[in-house]
Ligand binder design. Sequence first.
Ligand SMILES: [Mn+2]
Length: 413
Amino acid sequence: MKEDIFKKRRDSFVKKLSILSDGKPILSLLNSHKEPALGRFFSNTNFYYFTGLDIPDATLILDVDGKKNSESLFLPPPNPLKARWYGEEFSSGSLDKSGKADSVRNKTMKGTGFKNIFPNYDISEYLKRVLPSKDSILIDPYADEDIKELNAKILKSYPFLKAISGREAISSLRKSKDDFEIEKIKSAIDVAIEAEYAIMHFLKPDMFEYEIEAIVNYIFLKNNSRESFPSIIGSGKNSTILHYNKNDKKIDANDMVVCDIGARKDYYCSDLTRSFPANGVFSKKQLKLYEVVLEASEIAIKNVKTGVSIFELNQLLKEFYEKKGLNDFNFHGVSHHLGLDVHEEGSIEERLLENSVITIEPGLYNQKENIGIRIEDDVLVKNDGAEVLSKDLIKDPAQIEKQMAKRGKRVII
Ligand SMILES: [Mn+2]
């Protein structure tokens, strides 16, 4: 059952919390974030990781006291008016006259896998009851302003409490993906792959970069996904600007077009880049640079395995580019972690854990010639190497030219 996966993650987190607090009582409070006034709600990914819930104003409290640990979920009480505007979602329900959970709470218990459900207005009473016996509280690095204020208030009222950052503890769990997450990430990757193929099908000189972005967004939405970051469609000069996303230039026939895109599906992200010649055929200069980046991509992927650090991969490519006399065109690191966030927490020095998902994205940027090339894949780190999750997306230049030669007429899709 899906709820069991989240329960298992919470249990691992409780173990981490015990270690973090030296076995002394600690309280962790993670909130899903407030509902935006207008716009789409998006859950705090730390909260989501441990609950799988995207409910605004929901709070998970883990009370780890060394003997009896408990987990409680605080939710907004039922709100029929809000349900009319935004639809039904899980709410706290209440207790009936005999002190038993009413039908709303029962439904929430069943759907969320939590036994202890309370209404949000009970949080302060709850905290008053449990905080005096605690030694420390965990601070969620992703907490929004309201929760930051609450944490500050708690620390002021209970000055004996230690504030422990949750950054390391949570990210160390999030970095190593379970099977459920790997499948989710694969789905998000498949959507981005479909979009890259759509680009190869429609890209033509004289189109505007935003037209390519529109195609990407169409493919994302039609797959019930949205972009995990603003798509980078950089042609010509813009192909050498790393985080260019204005996407408003007309694409010239001789441009390289860097297409760095990512889908978010069911909260999980993909992040893929391919670089295409606008007219479907690489020029000599473009091809020369492309082949170096392609070789860099292969070298990096070959060297990925548990225990290696991203720093080491960067060094390896630096040496490779230096040998080619091209390190001046090397502007950025080769990798970052991927998951619920498109850039997950993690330092480049630390050793990769088994089942981490990282990007491999070498790039070279010749600003004089306006040729930028980046090739980005998403890979799963295993003990004996890397599994390329985006292997179905071609990157060989001959294959790309062959694919682009089959380009369709420019039609509205
Ligand atoms: Mn990336």
